[in-house]
Ligand binder design. Structure first.
Ligand SMILES: Nc1ncnc2c1ncn2[C@@H]1O[C@H](COP(=O)(O)OP(=O)(O)OP(=O)(O)O)[C@@H](O)[C@H]1O
Length: 529
């Protein structure tokens, strides 16, 4: 019996050590794999979300969904849940083995287990609350820092450094206080846990002192019981702490599930294969009784018009009247609430979104760039081979050479985060050269030359005119020259069509257009004089 107990105990201890080493490796590798799979799933889902999703979601929240929430889930699965299955098995086996040694020793566990479980439960709850508080304060600090650091010019312009300093200190202090709270919980529970451990030892030792001299069992059984009891208590402790780990991962799991359940753009729904049908560029784009709003903010009301194929349509109207929204609907960033948009006689809903977007070149007022070089940005989204000659032609047409020449590294110059190392006009010229390379069937320009100086504007406008020629183009225009030369002008006012016609026609019949023309003429005159 004696040898059996001693060798059995040593064998279990050794086996545990040898199993633990590869076990730990497998756990960590599996955890990393779960992280990777979850992150890929989230990323894919984010890439297929409609623009309306990003209107209501903070980018930083999506970053933490992809980085920290995934870790919470995988940690729960691999470091909390799975090991507890073996813990449960160990507890049952220990109870059975000790019961075989001596029933009275096994009964002692029914006193020790509830005691340890109760303390671990209370500690888990308090710890969970404290750690949640730290996580919350931490993400508030991250949000604060990211927002302020990307808006330094705004802070400087309003000389708000002192106020921001005070606000920053408050956010940092909040994180500090929550950390101290968490540390206090740990500090309070350390002595409580020590007391419980001492009690355990007292019971274990007490049982030995009482029963061994009376011959109930030998010292070997007593030592084995001691080792089993210690291990059992650790396992009970970790099973109970599963509760707080579950709570911590519950929030993350819910957030990830909610994200994955969001409806995607049905990007790959191919009802009509768009790419093959080049001749569709010959078809007009038709808005039939379109109404649309962002949430409760109604922007377009029963809007109907036709964009003739191969012609330039200019949209004019006061700020906030819905001009950019019309372009967004053409690009199918949003779905109209009422009415239908057609290409010829086909509703655009029946045309694959990927193919549809590939038909368009879009140059917005503010074009953000990706970090990388100027060349990377010019070629962004161009999924075909571009010869150096073609590249040079495009950059010359958009007057990009004018500023690239100034940089020692030329087209290999890094543009910085969001293209921050370039001016608005330089960023716009990159966007225009990108549109030229894309050679789209449809061109959407949102006041595309607004950030350029007079000289560059002249060159770029000349090339844009070339690009617009025989191409279906919708341009949101504030400049007289663009408007006057357009084949058709749509006047938008408070989300409604206030007039459609040519410059001469509207000038005679449309008061809003006449007002717009007069203001723009005066502005242009003021700029020139
Ligand atoms: N993503 C959005 N979410 C919520 N509201 C929006 C969004 N984009 C625009 N709006 C609102 O829709 C209305 C029309 O905006 P839109 O950008 O279409 O006007 P616009 O005529 O192009 O203006 P501007 O000439 O100043 O660029 C505005 O009241 C604006 O606040």
């Amino acid at each position: 019996m004696s040898n059996e107990v001693i060798f059995g105990t040593i064998f279990i201890a050794l086996a545990r050590t040898f199993i633990a080493i590869p076990g730990q490796f497998i756990d960590n590798a599996a955890k990393a794999k779960i992280d990777m799979k979850l992150r890929r799933l989230i990323w894919k889902s984010l890439m297929n979300m409609p623009l309306s999703f990003f209107d209501k979601t903070k980018a930083r929240e999506m970053v933490s969904r992809t980085t920290s929430d995934t870790v919470n889930v995988s940690s729960f699965l691999m470091t909390s849940l799975l090991p507890q299955i073996t813990s449960l098995y160990s507890i049952i086996m220990t109870l059975m083995i000790v019961n075989e040694y001596d029933r009275r020793l096994a009964v002692s566990f029914f006193v020790l287990i509830p005691l340890v479980a109760l303390v671990a439960f209370i500690q888990g709850r308090l710890n969970f609350k404290a750690v949640s508080e730290v996580t919350k304060s931490n993400s508030k600090l991250t949000q604060f820092l990211a927002e302020r650091l990307t808006n330094i010019p705004l802070i400087k312009v309003f000389a708000n450094e002192e106020k921001e300093d005070i606000r920053g200190k408050e956010v940092i202090s909040k994180l500090y206080k929550s950390q101290v709270k968490a540390v206090t919980v740990t500090a309070i529970f350390r002595p409580v846990i020590s007391i419980v451990e001492s009690l355990q030892t007292l019971v274990i030792v007490g049982l030995g002192i009482y029963y061994v001299p009376r011959g109930a069992f030998g010292i070997d059984v007593w030592v084995a019981y001691y080792l089993y009891a210690k291990d059992l208590m650790l396992r009970v402790n970790s099973i109970v702490s599963l509760f707080s780990a579950f709570k911590a991962s519950q929030g993350a799991t819910e957030r990830i599930s909610r994200l994955l359940e969001e409806p995607s753009e049905e990007y790959r729904k191919y009802l009509i294969e768009c790419e093959a049908k080049k001749d569709e560029a010959k078809k007009e784009i038709i808005f039939e009784n379109i109404s649309f709003g962002y949430g409760d903010n109604n922007v377009l009301l029963d809007v109907s018009f036709r964009v003739p194929a191969g012609k330039v349509t200019a949209i004019v109207g006061p700020s906030g009247s819905g001009k950019t929204t019309i372009l967004s609907l053409v690009e199918r960033f949003y779905k109209p609430e009422a009415g239908v948009i057609k290409l010829g006689d086909v509703p655009v809903e029946d045309i694959s979104l990927a193919g549809w977007r590939r038909k368009f070149g879009y140059v917005a007022q503010e074009m953000a760039l990706m970090s990388g070089t100027i060349r990377d940005n010019i070629l962004y989204g161009i999924d075909r081979e571009v010869s150096e000659e073609e590249f040079q032609r495009a950059v010359a047409a958009a007057d990009v050479m004018d500023f690239v020449r100034e940089f020692p590294e030329g087209f290999d110059t890094e543009v910085g985060e969001f293209g921050s190392k370039l001016s608005g006009g330089q960023r716009q010229r990159i966007a225009i050269s990108r549109a030229i390379l894309r050679d789209p069937e449809y061109l959407l320009l949102d006041e595309a030359t607004s950030s350029l100086d007079a000289y560059s504007e002249h060159i770029v406008q000349k090339n844009l005119d070339g690009l617009m020629k025989n191409r279906t183009t919708i341009v949101i225009a504030h400049k007289i020259a663009t408007v006057v030369n357009a084949d058709q002008i749509i006047v938008v006012d408070s989300g409604k069509i206030a007039g459609i016609g040519t410059h001469e026609g509207l000038l005679k019949t449309n008061e809003i257009y006449k007002g717009f023309f007069d203001i723009q003429s005066q502005r242009q005159f003021a700029c020139q004089s």
